[in-house]
Write a protein that binds this ligand. Structure first.
Ligand SMILES: [Zn+2]
Length: 141
């Protein structure tokens, strides 16, 4: 009997969830999907430079699972760079734990563990606009 897949813990949603070559219309570009759990493994291991053991503890999965997620993410990002295409970050078995806000005026990003009331929260950087929460369709919160 197959073991049920564990829900992977993801701290914050990505700031941007799609990438494509500059000046190339998205029509006709092949779509490469990076799942949220692959994105989180890539962020922890390559951007934050944590070892696989530490990343596994944060995501609440086994170390081999982190290794598989990172390898899969590397393969997709390499394919995107070499062949071109549209990278879309979506899907996967994950639970989102934090909240990401951004200012539409100065593009400042704020990562918060607790949800904030955006209507009352002026941007801490420019103070001219209110923060907007970046949410992901279908994300468990
Ligand atoms: Zn601002």
């Amino acid at each position: 009997m197959a073991r049920p897949r564990k829900i992977r813990q993801v701290q914050f949603p990505p700031r941007y969830n799609s990438f494509k070559p500059c000046g190339v219309p998205s029509q006709g570009l092949s779509k490469i999907e990076l799942t949220l759990d692959e994105y989180e493994a890539l962020r922890l291991v390559d951007e934050q430079q944590l070892d696989h053991e530490t990343a596994a503890a944060i995501m609440e999965v086994s170390r081999p699972t982190v290794t598989r997620l990172v390898e899969s993410a590397h393969n997709k990002v390499a394919r995107l760079l070499v062949r071109g295409g549209m990278l879309v970050i979506q899907g996967g078995d994950y639970q989102l734990n934090g909240h990401l806000y951004h200012c539409p005026k100065c593009r400042n990003f704020q990562e918060r563990l607790q949800k904030i009331r955006t209507a009352n929260q002026p941007c801490p950087q420019c103070k001219e606009s209110h923060l907007v929460e970046i949410s992901l369709p279908g994300a468990r919160q």
